[in-house]
Design a protein around this ligand. Structure first.
Ligand code: ARG
Length: 459
C-alpha cells in the first residue's frame, strides 16, 4: 500500500510511477532510515504520543526488519516508492496496523534528509580513516627516501634537485587539508532535522535533544523550513570529495610519469597494473589513470548538486530526490580511489639510482650557483645573468656547465670557484635547503612527521 492515496480516484500512471520511485537507489539508506525511525518511535513513546509498549513493539519490529534485510538480499527487491515507504510497509508485515503510528507527526521530507545526513556523517568517518591511511603510506615512503635525491619540476621541466621525501611530503599535505576539510564539513552534517515535520515542525511535545543524542547528532536543526531543504552539508561533502580527488589525480599523474620508462624513478606494484592485449611488454598504470579519470566524475557530481539547488524556492521540492545519487557516487568514487592509491603508494619501489642520475643534470644547479655568487656580494640579478651566460656557453659548446664554470668563475668569484665540487653535488645542493618546509632530508623528515601528526590527532 502507498503511504498516501485517500483522496485519489485513479492510480498513478505506470510510466510515471517508475519515474517517481527512488527506492532503486535510496534503498542504500535502509540502515540509516531504520536507525532514524527507531529514534522516532522511542521519542513518540517518551512524550506519550503513543504508549510505551507500542513504542517498544515498533522499535523491536524495526530491528527485526533490519535483520531480515541483512539475512536475505532479496528482501530489498520488494517493490516500494522509496526507502521510507519500504520501511513502513515491511514494518506493517511484522507488527500489523500499529506500523502506521511510526509515521505519526513525521514527514518524508525530514526523513530523507535525516537519513542522508547519517549517511554523509558515516562516510566522512570512513573517508577520513582512508585518507589518514594514505598519508601514513606516503609518510613511510617519504621517510625511507628522505635522502634520495631526485629532480623537482616546474612546467614539467627539471628545475632544482629535491628529495623523494620532499615530493612525498608535498602530496601528503594536500591530503592533510582534505582530512581537515572533511572533519569540518562533518560538524555541519551532524545536525538532526527530525521534528521539523513537512516544513513547520511537529505538533507533538517531542524531546528533539534526546532524539539527537539517540542518533549521536551533535545538535538539532534550528529552523524547520530550512531543515527540510538544506543540502549544504551534501554540497560541502561532495566538494571535499572533489578536491580530494583532484589531489589524488595529481599524485596519480606524477606517478604515471615517474613509473614510465622515460623517468624510471619508481616501480609500481604489479598488482595495480594491467597488461596489454596486443603488446606483451606492457604493464600499464591503469589504477592511476582511473583515479585521474574519476576525478571528472566527482566534479560532475558537485556541479549536478549545485545546479539542482539553484533556483529552488524555500521548502521541500521533489527535485531534491535527485540529491542522493550525486552524494553516493562521490562517496563511492572517493573511497575507492583512496583505497587504490594507498595500495599503489604502499607498494612503490623507489629507484634511487635513476633519481640521482636525473638529479645530476647540471643545469639544475644554475639557481644555486647564482645564489652562491650573490652571497659573495654580487647583486642577485647580475649573478642570474652571469650564470645564464655560463649555461648558454655550455649548451652551445656541448661542454658541461661545471667545466665552463670552472673556467670562467675564478675571474668572477674565487670563493665560489673554489666550492664548485660541493655546489655541483645534487645532495649537497639539496641539503642547503634546510629551512622549514625545504627539500633537505631533515626538513622533509620533519614535514612528513608533522603531516602524520595532523591526521593522527584528527582521529
Ligand atoms: N523519496 C523522497 C526523496 O528522496 C522522499 C521525500 C518525499 N516527500 C514527498 N513529500 N513526496 O526526496
Amino acid at each position: 500500500m502507498k503511504l498516501w492515496g485517500g483522496n485519489y480516484e485513479t492510480s498513478p500512471d505506470a510510466a510515471f510511477w517508475e519515474f517517481n520511485r527512488s527506492f532503486p537507489f535510496d534503498r542504500r539508506l535502509l540502515v540509516e532510515e531504520v536507525a532514524a525511525s527507531r529514534a522516532w518511535v522511542r521519542a513518540l513513546g517518551r512524550c506519550g504520543a503513543i504508549r510505551s509498549d507500542e513504542a517498544e513493539t515498533l522499535d523491536r519490529g524495526l530491528e527485526t526488519l533490519l535483520e531480515k534485510a541483512r539475512a536475505d538480499p532479496k528482501y530489498l527487491e520488494l517493490d516500494a516508492e522509496d526507502v521510507h515507504s519500504f520501511v513502513e510497509e515491511r514494518l506493517g508485515e511484522i507488527v500489523g496496523e500499529l506500523a502506521g503510528q511510526a509515521h505519526l507527526g513525521r514527514s518524508r521530507n525530514e526523513q530523507t534528509v535525516t537519513a542522508l545526513r547519517l549517511f554523509v556523517r558515516g562516510t566522512i568517518d570512513e573517508l577520513c580513516k582512508g585518507v589518514a591511511g594514505l598519508v601514513r603510506a606516503l609518510a613511510a615512503q617519504g621517510q625511507a627516501g628522505a635522502d634520495a635525491v631526485m629532480p623537482g619540476y616546474t612546467h614539467t621541466r627539471a628545475a632544482e634537485p629535491i628529495t623523494f621525501g620532499h615530493w612525498a611530503a608535498a602530496h601528503a599535505w594536500g591530503l592533510v587539508r582534505d582530512h581537515e576539510r572533511l572533519r569540518d564539513a562533518r560538524s555541519r552534517a551532524d545536525v538532526l532535522p527530525l521534528g521539523s515535520g513537512a516544513l513547520a515542525g511537529a505538533a507533538l511535545p517531542l524531546d528533539r535533544e534526546a532524539m539527537a543524542r539517540d542518533l549521536g547528532f551533535a545538535a538539532v536543526s534550528p529552523a524547520a523550513l530550512d531543515a527540510v531543504m538544506d543540502r549544504d552539508f551534501a554540497v560541502e561533502f561532495v566538494s571535499c570529495c572533489a578536491l580530494l580527488q583532484t589531489h589524488l589525480a595529481r599524485l596519480a599523474e606524477d606517478l604515471i610519469h615517474f613509473a614510465g620508462p622515460e623517468y624510471g624513478f619508481v616501480k609500481l606494484p604489479e598488482a595495480f597494473t594491467t597488461g596489454s592485449s596486443l603488446m606483451p611488454q606492457k604493464k600499464n598504470p591503469d589504477a592511476l589513470e582511473l583515479v585521474r579519470g574519476k576525478a571528472a566524475r566527482v566534479d560532475g557530481d558537485l556541479v549536478r548538486l549545485l545546479a539542482l539547488l539553484k533556483g529552488l524556492p524555500a521548502g521541500y521540492q521533489k527535485d531534491l530526490q535527485e540529491d542522493k545519487e550525486a552524494v553516493f557516487d562521490a562517496a563511492d568514487t572517493a573511497l575507492g580511489s583512496v583505497a587504490v592509491m594507498t595500495g599503489v603508494v604502499a607498494g612503490l619501489v623507489p629507484l634511487r639510482d635513476a633519481m640521482r642520475a636525473a638529479a645530476g643534470a647540471q643545469e639544475m644547479i644554475a639557481a644555486n650557483l647564482a645564489v652562491a655568487l650573490a652571497r659573495e656580494g654580487m647583486p642577485f640579478r647580475r649573478a642570474h645573468h652571469v650564470v645564464g651566460a655560463l649555461v648558454g656557453e655550455a649548451q652551445k659548446s656541448g661542454r658541461s656547465l661545471k667545466a665552463v664554470a670552472a673556467e670562467r668563475l675564478p675571474a668572477v668569484s674565487a670563493a665560489v670557484a673554489a666550492r664548485l665540487d660541493a655546489l655541483f653535488d645534487p645532495l649537497e645542493a639539496v641539503k642547503a635547503k634546510s629551512l622549514r618546509g625545504g627539500a633537505a632530508p631533515d626538513a622533509a623528515r620533519a614535514s612528513l612527521d608533522a603531516a602524520l601528526a595532523r591526521v593522527e590527532e584528527g582521529g
